[in-house]
Design a protein around this ligand. Sequence first.
Ligand code: B12
Length: 211
Amino acid sequence: MALLDDLKQRVTDGDAPGTVALTKELMASGVAPETILNDGLIAAMAHVGQLFESGEYFVPEMLVSARAMKGALELLRPALAAANVQAIGKIVIGTVQGDLHDIGKNLVAMMMEGAGFEVIDLGVDVSPDKFINAVGTHKPNFIGMSALLTTTMPKMKTTIEALKAAGLRDSVKVMIGGAPVTEKYAAEIGADLFAPDASSAANRARQALVG
Ligand code: B12
């Protein structure tokens, strides 16, 4: 679709006002929010990643693209997270220590909300201690950890170890994700659940809860 291609281009160019305007136009013309998200915004960020890998883009370009995407996500948020009357469970979510990537984590949070979860978002660069404290305070069913860097992935394991040391490991299910994270890695570090994307994250969490 021409408008979706246009949207991808705006995100790639880091044109925030253009991205927001086109997202509005697509929504008004009845395109499903999931289509705008997957075929427009996420596809564009994958392309930005390739441009970074090939040396055409540097950090500032990635950043302006990310900002453009965030603006559009705010618009899609209500449509993606349709109102649910009563929370079916609670999740504490955050990006692990040393890692500032939050677009994927925010999407997971949104889809969780849409699936009826109460979401406590700790933000980025979340230390194991901060996760532990939040588990103690909020008593969630799940803790969700996101990592986008191979160098920060080990913090997921550190956090699981810290949960064990605090005697809290059995009180929560640990769910992990992020581009470099795999099902195999989840098994290796003793996480309970892995999901490759935001919608399957919400589905798997709901399934784990209701069976
Ligand atoms: C945007 C971006 C940035 C932005 C982040 C802005 C922001 N607010 O998030 C900025 C410019 C800040 C940035 C900085 C850096 N980045 Co960067 N960045 C990216 C980029 C282009 C896109 C990431 C993204 O948002 N993708 C879109 C979202 C929707 O996808 P996602 O995050 O994977 O999330 C989905 C799933 O993984 C899953 N998921 C995510 N989290 C969770 C959590 C749970 C619980 C579950 C179940 C599922 C789940 O669901 C999500 C939705 O479907 C990627 C390239 C790429 N292809 O990933 C590089 C990339 C991740 N960055 C990279 C690098 C190297 C860096 C820097 C080190 C660069 C530098 N030299 O400074 C810094 C590190 C800063 C830091 N300390 O964190 C590398 C990492 C390489 C590696 N192997 O570790 C990548 C892969 C680029 C590359 N190809 O080299 N980056």
